[in-house]
Write a protein that binds this ligand. Structure first.
Ligand SMILES: [Zn+2]
Ligand SMILES: [Zn+2]
Length: 327
């Protein structure tokens, strides 16, 4: 065996892999853009409004309480006048039982019976309760799939759950009085491949639409464009993840700032810049939102500081255990 051949073979394999990823990325980006341009949505009107809206982060990256757990995942409880919706099911990286989500629900006095439906933003590990469940195209609240009774489930890709028939909400769907999903907006990530993500829109009486977002892979301009195409009401608020890991990545693997390279839907050697964050701030300012909150699970402190400074009193920190109330 000629040992000088080994590194050459390894380099060749790496080169072929890189080539494959570049071709897949370019193809996927084109396809996602065509799908976006061809997508037409019917206006949702007369779907009601809620007088009050509460968004309670059960899982995210920051908390002020020592009895609550944090992780680089998302799970928010969305409460309207008549409904309680669980948006995403966290990360549970260690697949512990109880998971951080179930632990925090216990500490906050939230029981499963309080929740009438579940919406999954997209099939990424930090939103479906772990990599194990992502791979199986399902989701879980803890290390095993608990009985969810007859809860309604709305997913952005076809997904399964024992004993339930999740609804694939490819198109915008009214899910409760004054609450709708935005329909999926596709994008392509260099590493993780195709992403189909949806958000929740809540119509708050006399105010307008509050958008609740998971990771924001759809990109902010497209999320806003979709909401404006869907609703007659103005956009009142935007709460959740928009993936701005500029100076840092909340999630790290062996010290690598992983979110700077994965989930950006850009080439890994062209990470998100503060310039892009500022451009998005300007785009968001044009809709004049009254409530803005950026999830720290996929954005760095510098990006959050930029948003806080830009939106001043309109800015709300997303903190596990602290309700954001709109009424
Ligand atoms: Zn995420
Ligand atoms: Zn994601």
């Amino acid at each position: 065996m000629n040992y000088t051949v080994v590194p050459v073979i390894l380099l060749l394999i790496l080169f072929i892999l890189l080539l494959f990823l570049i071709i897949r990325f370019n193809k996927g980006k084109r396809k996602a853009q065509i799908q976006w341009q061809q997508s037409s949505v019917k206006k949702i009107s007369g779907f009601g409004a809620t007088k009050s809206l509460e968004i309670l982060p059960i899982i995210d990256w920051h908390t002020n309480r020592s009895d609550l757990k944090v992780e680089t995942g998302v799970s928010y409880l969305i409460k309207t006048d008549n409904n309680s919706i669980l948006f995403d099911t966290g990360l549970n990286f260690e697949q512990s039982d109880p998971s951080p989500l179930v632990h925090n629900m216990g500490k906050m006095g939230i029981s499963l019976a309080d929740i009438d439906s579940i919406v999954i933003s997209h099939n990424h590990l930090d939103h479906v309760g772990g990599l194990k469940w992502q791979k199986q195209k399902t989701f879980s609240l803890t290390s095993h799939q608990i009985n969810l009774g007859n809860k309604a489930v709305y997913t952005p890709t076809p997904m399964i759950y024992p004993g339930l028939s999740p609804i694939y909400a490819q198109n915008p769907t009214v899910i409760a009085h004054g609450v709708a999903t935005t329909g999926i907006i596709p994008n392509q990530d260099f590493i993780s491949g195709r992403i189909q993500e949806q958000s929740i829109a809540v119509n708050v009486e006399g105010k307008g639409i509050v958008l609740i977002i998971g990771c924001g892979h759809q990109t902010l301009p497209k999320i806003l464009a979709r909401a404006q195409a869907l609703f007659e009401e103005p956009i009142y608020g935007i709460i959740g993840g928009l993936h701005y890991p500029v100076s840092d990545s909340p999630a790290k693997i062996f010290g690598i700032k992983i979110q700077k390279y994965v989930g950006t839907c850009k080439f890994p050697w062209k990470p998100i810049t503060m310039d892009e964050v500022n451009k998005n701030v300007d785009i968001l300012k044009k809709v004049n939102p009254k409530i803005v909150g950026l999830s720290p699970h996929d954005s760095c402190d510098a990006s959050i500081a930029t948003f806080r400074k830009a939106f001043q009193n309109e800015y709300k920190d997303i903190i596990v255990g602290e309700k954001i109330e709109i009424h």
